[in-house]
Design a protein around this ligand. Sequence first.
Ligand code: 5GP
Ligand code: MG
Ligand code: MG
Length: 203
Amino acid sequence: YSLDHFVIPDHYETALSSVLIPHGVIMDRVEKLAKLIVQEATGPLVVCCVLKGGHQFFADLVNYIKKNVTRGGNSVPLSLEFIKVKSYSGETSGEVKLSLTDDECKEFAGKNILIVEDIIDTGKTMVQLLAKLKKYSPESVKVASLLIKKTPLSNGYIPDYVGFSIPNAFVVGYALDYNEYFRDLDHICVISEHGKEKYAIKN
Ligand code: 5GP
Ligand code: MG
Ligand code: MG
C-alpha cells in the first residue's frame, strides 16, 4: 500500500517504501490466531516470547488469548516466559545461544510451550532453538510466528501457527527492527534504500 494512506511517524516517512501489512489487519489476524491456539490447547501453556522482535506480537496475542478464554473459549491458564536468542551468523555452525540459564530451562520439563517469534527467514534460528528446548523434556513445543518469508534460503521449517506469508524483502515495524529502529512503528512496512542509509549504524 502507498504510505499516503496511513499514519506514519514523521521520522520514518521517507525511510519506507510501502506499507505491507496495516496495523488493523495484523490485529485481526492475531485475534484469529489466538482463537485457534485456545481451541487446540490441551492444558496450561507456557507462552515464551522471543525478544525483542516478538514482543508486540506476544503482547497482543496474549491479550487476545485472555479475552477468548473469558468469553467462553477453552479455559487455558497461561504462564509467561521471555527469551533472548543470539545467533552467531558469522559462523558456519549457525549456533544459537539462549539467555535463559540451564536451571531456568529445566522449568520447561513436562510443560506445553508456545514459542512466539516475529519472523521465520531461513528457519535456522528456530530449528536450533527447538533442538535446545527439546533437551529439557517439555510435554510439547509449538511455534507461533507472525511472519514467514518466502525465500530460496529457507531450510523448509514451517511453524505451527503463521500470521502472514510475505515476499522476500526486509520488513520493519510492529517490533521488527532495523538497527534497533522502526520498532516504534505500528504497521509492517518495507524499508527504503534511503531508510537503510538514514538509520545505518554510524561510527
Ligand atoms: P532466520 O534464522 O529464520 O534466518 O532468521 C530469523 C531472525 O532474523 C528473525 O527472528 C529476525 O530477528 C531476523 N530477520 C529475518 N528477516 C527479517 C526481516 O525482514 N526484518 C527484520 N526486522 N528482521 C528479520
Ligand atoms: Mg526474531
Ligand atoms: Mg533484529
